[in-house]
Ligand binder design. Structure first.
Ligand SMILES: [Zn+2]
Length: 68
């Protein structure tokens, strides 16, 4: 008997559980816009409330959650 165990499909690279992939921008101008992280820092982004790139772009973040 050849019983196959169904495999779970993966859509792509899955980050380790608990790893931050995006944060809410602290800028009031961004109004808690969800911004993807870029190498542990806030990714480049802009909002309609201001011209050009948000000043928080590139700012490193520290995951201060407790216990994952
Ligand atoms: Zn921002």
């Amino acid at each position: 008997m050849d019983q196959r165990v169904s495999r779970r499909h993966r859509a792509g690279p899955v980050p380790p559980v608990g790893q931050l992939v995006a944060v809410r921008c602290p800028s009031v101008l961004c109004q808690n816009m969800l911004v993807a992280l870029d190498g542990g820092a806030i990714g480049a982004h802009s909002s309609l409330a201001h011209l050009g790139q948000c000043t928080w772009s590139g700012v490193g973040i520290h995951d201060d959650r407790e216990g994952g």
